[in-house]
Design a protein around this ligand. Structure first.
Ligand SMILES: [Mg+2]
Length: 353
């Protein structure tokens, strides 16, 4: 039986700001830009009491709380703190799979340090994060990634929650379907239409029914509601993509103007790829229209793209009519499928049950 911990920092960016600037403590604060088009990147717990949450337009957040403190996004600082936290994880296991700057799965089935249980390790990690970084984390412990991730959300902030193998099915039976990891707003609505509100409702559907309603996700839902998730924790220290994107103050309808802006975004991405010494064989264009509909289009080749090739490829992917019709709010470019990655694919783990 594996022992998996999911660690999730509480209100990460906002907590770093409140830690570094004492005048912000115990106050409603959000991290994000303050242009009229900006959105909330993170909200402190005090701000959440006003109904403010991440991805909310800043203008709306200010309506809800006029004395809201808005601080700029200090990416370099968050990244550095994240590296410190990752270093703590690595003291306990090398099987660390980061999901973002502030979240990771740890497989502590065979930990490096001699603590007798996964729960004790999780609590010690929380303590070390508090002691060394002066930040609060929540941890979930279970025997697979799905349950560990749900567990870390059960008792936030400063949470600890353990789902033991024998308790998993009973726990899932009563769990609201929206709290299942992998069920987004759209899927939740669809499940409600199908009369699925809790785990026990989901469990009543057969595998063929689930596959019919949810495609390949049907198999995933069928398994996880039975407490089955065999996905290994994959340590991924390899950077998987390099990109850049820009949101514009006013929507752009002119194609020539879009091309100029795209060239600027490619410049930024290219500089980043040079700094990381990475060359991708897939390039992706991201485009968000004024109505917030977002599309991505990719192109791959079997050797790394030059800068000129990236630019001409992305230009060719621009949907001319849709741009003239809808206007562009955001442009992004991403490079993936790096040249040196084939040889360093993470090893599949043998899982013992
Ligand atoms: Mg978090």
């Amino acid at each position: 039986m594996r022992k998996i911990i999911h660690v999730d920092m509480d209100s990460f960016f906002a907590s770093v700001e409140q830690r570094d600037f004492p005048q912000y403590r115990r106050k409603p604060l959000v991290v994000g830009g303050n242009s009229p088009r900006a959105v909330v990147a993170a909200a402190s717990y005090e701000a959440r009491k006003y109904g403010i949450h991440s991805a909310m337009p800043m203008a709306r957040a200010l309506q809800k709380c006029p004395h809201l403190i808005i601080t700029p996004h200090r990416s370099a600082v968050y990244k550095e703190v994240s590296e410190h936290i990752q270093a703590i994880f690595h003291e306990y296991t090398d099987l660390v799979e980061p999901l973002s700057l502030d979240e990771a799965y740890l497989d502590v089935t065979e930990p490096k340090k001699g603590l007798p249980s996964a729960s004790l390790i999780a609590k010690e990690i929380k303590n070390e994060i508090r002691k060394r970084e002066n930040l609060i984390a929540s941890a979930g412990v279970s025997y697979n990634k799905f349950l560990a991730k749900i567990a870390s959300d059960m008792d936030k902030p400063d949470g600890f929650y353990l789902i033991k193998p024998d308790d998993a099915e009973a726990f899932l039976k009563d769990l609201k379907i929206g709290l299942f990891f992998g069920v987004g707003k759209k899927t939740e609505a669809k499940m409600h239409q199908l009369g699925i509100f809790k785990g026990e409702d989901l469990k009543r559907l057969t595998l063929p029914e689930l596959m019919r309603y949810f495609g390949k996700n049907g198999r995933y839902f069928y398994d996880v509601v039975r407490g089955i998730d065999e996905r290994p924790v994959l340590p991924s220290r390899v950077r998987k993509s390099i990109g850049a994107e820009r949101t514009y103050q006013t929507d752009i309808y002119d194609l020539g103007h879009v091309e100029i802006k795209l060239a600027e975004v490619v410049d930024v991405m290219w500089e980043r790829s040079l700094a990381k010494k990475k060359q991708g064989r897939t390039v992706t264009l991201k485009l968000r229209y004024a109505n917030f509909v977002t599309i991505t289009r990719s192109h791959s080749q079997n050797r790394p793209f030059t800068k000129a090739e990236i630019l001409s490829t992305l230009m060719a992917l621009l949907p001319h009519d849709a741009i003239r019709q809808n206007g562009v709010r955001l442009l992004g470019a991403t490079m993936t499928n790096f040249y040196d990655e084939d040889q360093t694919l993470p090893r599949q783990l043998k899982i013992d049950f």
